[in-house]
Write a protein that binds this ligand. Structure first.
Ligand SMILES: [Zn+2]
Length: 163
């Protein structure tokens, strides 16, 4: 037989009745849980819907930014190329003639420049005019300056100097 803290015997029927009442109360509470179950889905659905929608947006915004700068630089290069000075070397180059306005391949003419005469003097000093070896540089195009002219109108376009 059970005794409560005050020393009075506990009526089992009463405790059973209380347990039934708690069962009835607990049975009465079940309706709220469905409400709680209904309520959570929207937040979850919104949370899941919000995260995926937010993540793709930054990923979508990032690609366009890198793509735009290259297009701008390409435009700048295409615009800046024509006005830039053409570099003349020892080979023909494609250039727009400033006189006749034709897009032509320059005609190259090799001329004796400073490097040729320096080589002539050097060989003359070393070999002392032996068999005219000092004249060899006059026949080597790799030592000569290169003059570029327009094949259409013949105007001087540029000069490539070795030194
Ligand atoms: Zn020309």
């Amino acid at each position: 037989m059970n005794i409560d803290p005050l020393g009075n015997p506990i009526n089992l029927s009463y405790s059973l009745r209380i347990s039934k009442m708690t069962d009835e109360k607990s049975a009465a509470y079940p309706p709220p849980p469905p409400l709680q179950q209904q309520a959570p889905p929207p937040p979850y659905s919104e949370g899941y819907a919000g995260l995926p929608t937010e993540q793709p947006q930054p990923a979508g915004y990032v690609p366009p930014q890198p793509v735009q700068p290259p297009t701008q630089t390409v435009v700048v290069t295409t615009v800046s190329n024509p006005p830039t000075r053409v570099i003349y070397r020892d080979v023909p180059v494609m250039v727009q003639c400033p006189n006749c306005k034709n897009n032509v391949t320059s005609r190259v003419v090799f001329e004796n420049g400073l490097l040729v005469w320096i080589c002539v003097l050097a060989i003359a000093f070393l070999f002392q005019l032996w068999l005219g070896c000092c004249l060899i540089p006059l026949f080597i195009d790799a030592l000569k300056d290169v003059r570029h002219t327009c094949p259409v109108c013949g105007i001087h376009l540029g000069l490539y100097q070795r030194i």
